[in-house]
Design a protein around this ligand. Sequence first.
Ligand SMILES: O=C(O)CCC(=O)C(=O)O
Ligand SMILES: [Fe+2]
Length: 390
Amino acid sequence: MDSVSDPPFHEAYKILFDKTRNTIQENNGFDGDLLVAAEECELPVIDLNCLDNSDETVREECKSHIARASQEWGFFQVVNHGISSHIFSRLRCEQEKVFRQPFEKKTKEDKFLNFSAGSYRWGAPTATCIRQLSWSEAFHIPLTDILGSSGSNSLRYTTHFYKPFIHHSYRPYTQYQSNYVNFTFRRSCSIQFATTVSRLAQTLADILAEKMGHRSSFFKENCLPNTCYLRLNRYPPCPTAFGIHGLMPHTDSDFLTILYQDQVGGLQLVKDRKWIAVKPNPDALIINIGDLFQAWSNGVYKSVEHRVMTNPKLERFSMAYFLCPSNDTVIESRREPSIYRKFSFREYRKQVRDDACPGFSHTKEVRTYRKHIIMNEIVGYVTEYKSEEG
Ligand SMILES: O=C(O)CCC(=O)C(=O)O
Ligand SMILES: [Fe+2]
């Protein structure tokens, strides 16, 4: 049974199960690959302290490692990023309190906890079969909702993102009213997290650009706190059936994503045409390349398909930061001959939304064709599905 804070996942599952049973007999609509356990792997590890090393060769080697992982995996993890395990455990506590609010409140309130309206999402509103169900809920929050409108100032003050923060005095959580939760969520470690990952994202984007021979202020000018997002994800245990998605396979529609996942595991990505499971590392942040960087780099850096599988017993939390430009920003390949036509972020988002519209039932071929409209000749670009906000 769903608790008062849980979205009605069981009900959604049942409706989709009945629907699917009538149309597809084989595996009750499950994909074969969902039923096979994915092999676990460790992502390439980058030690960010190397970027601060006095020896230039060490710094350059570290940058090359970042570029190589972005080409070969589209994913890597970083350690010594400056966020302590103490902050992570407090973040988890805060995140838990936000999600424990009644479901009614999360969906009905225009501005839940003072986050912008419409920041709460759950399941997969456009799902037409069980494969498309996402057994998760999320808050998609503009960075300025966390940092306040002066957020950009706080991002400018520190030059080294990997310098550890000085912890402010610990404030015990004794109340559960939304205002109080909101206060603690906005004012405490989430600010530290948001500030650190923002700087880290800019640094990594600059390194990736530099490794392609471009030193530019493109990311600093176009990706500002009011265009970047934090996404808080919660994946409740899913005892209903094996092989249910916590989050549908997708690629991220941003330049790059920084993810913190807890110890439960469940994140998988495609490597060499196979799904592999990412081994959780409590000290690391996970970085992945998004669609925009793939286009900007003319396919050099890879936006790789990933998904989350549910756990039958354990609840899982993750927190993602998306480095996004303003809607008017034009994304143009930096290499000749360009394999993508230039497009604005607005155009791209519209395309992604159209592809995820209700009743969406394109075949894979049609979807791939539609992608060609926005990016000419998409070499090796295979996206099964884009979540509305992904
Ligand atoms: O929760 C995770 O591990 C992945 C989340 C994700 O891919 C996303 O929010 O785009
Ligand atoms: Fe993602």
